[in-house]
Design a protein around this ligand. Sequence first.
Ligand code: MLC
Ligand code: AMP
Length: 514
Amino acid sequence: MNNNNLFAAIRAAFPAELSAVAIESADSTTGRTTKRYTWQDIDEHTARIANLLTSMALPEGSRVAVQTEKSVEALMLYLGVLRAGYVYLPLNTAYQAGEIEYFIGNAEPAVVVCSPKSLAWVQPIADAAKVTRVFTLDESGGGTLIDEATKQSATQTIAVTGADDLAAILYTSGTTGRSKGAMLTHNNLLSNALTLKDYWGWSSNDVLIHALPIFHVHGLFVASHCALLSGARMIWFSKFDPNSVLARLPEATVFMGVPTLYVRLLADARLSKESCKNVRLFVAGSAPLLIETFNEWQERTGHTILERYGMSETAMLTSNPYAPDQGERRGGTVGFPLPGVNVRVADEKGGICPVNEIGGIEVKGPNVFAGYWRMPEKNKEEFTVDGWFKTGDVGKIDEHGYVVIVGRSKDLIISGGYNVYPAEIEGYINDMPGVAESAVIGVPHPDFGEAGVAVVVAKAGVSLDANLILSTLKNSIANFKVPKRVFVVAGLPRNAMGKVQKNLLRQEHAALFS
Ligand code: MLC
Ligand code: AMP
């Protein structure tokens, strides 16, 4: 029978020699190998996890929500969920109780896996949402999930799924209201992964340094899928640290990172042509790569970073070329639409923009998600009548076919590769006693690319304490969402329509971190 399960394709790509090392977990400070996992280990661990889930007789399409530290076992959990035919729902480790309560309430997962140190507050949330079972998984791969999985058989028949069955739900914040769950099918993920594997020239000789978190598209899908589908080895870091990455870089052939990772590596004097001697490909994405970083990287290492563009709803849309005969890699651009992916630029009336004209970037292709989880009205808003997905990014396609992103129509801050939605943060600030209104803006930041800044107005007669606003936010939301600075001001600039002029605030604070 034809099985469209993404894991079936991954399993079929395992090398014949199952005793070869597939993943080396490495100490995130020193870079030294702490444990080796063979392809056989991946096969057995994922089979056990899949058997554990199947033994629970969960309803078809059940979600497995996961908020755990990064470990090889956490990757096995993702693969085990695919293998069992359930839907994987990764959650940023920085999320706090209020945020997790929303995700669990909205997605109604059958199973939740959390870190042992979060169990005390996750369990009541899960109980209230009638979650069948909560397991734990810690950063060294221990916990009740693995204890229970170990009792299961190490062989399993991969669940048969259709191409359009859901493989994962990735929550991505909305410009208004709460986060939306982007539903990704097995075919969305597999088609995109196979395209990237081919386009970027992956082979079993590759060695990938994996230093990104695995709760987002970049680390979970782009990096892991390319390596797994190529039978390539991964050096697995639970956290990015320039020291450990530089210790292992000489044996790597591929590195992937958000721009902040490149900025931090450049700040380390040990980065040199010698340290990159075996690397064939540096990939950057998830946020704009500054041309200064692109140029400096070229000078220091002799390598031209390949910048690509993607999002949770669509996986990867465009990429600068890998092979020289496909063209040069141009800094400041995100390259060409990937094979099989259609990208167009539309004006406000829905007409197609001519070459070099700026408009909204739209996409169509097998990579485009199946819609937002239980939000039919959002699907109507964010797809055109002829079925193109409106990315919310603003850009153009130049005369050579390169896509250039110039901004966003969505009010979004991308900080160190994480998305922060001003409307969400403003909502928290506006609920604080004594606050009349607030505006959260993104301003240039040398490390994170952009950083959030809050401008807050007090109610008449109230004196607000900026530090108290910051500490209140730190106690309620993920740390990366907390603005780096808070200013209490007399009033916000508004236009004739009464709309807050965030562009003026951005100008005013543009040099804050320079
Ligand atoms: C950490 N902090 C951040 C932050 N990361 N603040 C803003 N933006 C971020 N991204 C906070 C910390 O909580 C801390 O606050 C302070 O900033 C300094 O922390 P740090 O020790 O320097 O941070 P670190 O743990 O080193 O993390 C930085 C990072 C991490 C860059 C390594 O943010 C990261 O891994 N980013 C990658 C995100 C990613 O994978 N994105 C892909 C999305 S997929 P305090 O107050 O506690 O001191 C996608 C689609 C696509 O977009 O195209 O790929
Ligand atoms: P997410 O919703 O977290 O998947 O973030 C997706 C958004 O990241 C996109 O809509 C873009 O705004 C942004 N993004 C991803 N890659 C790039 C890139 N190479 N350059 C500029 N922005 C990017």
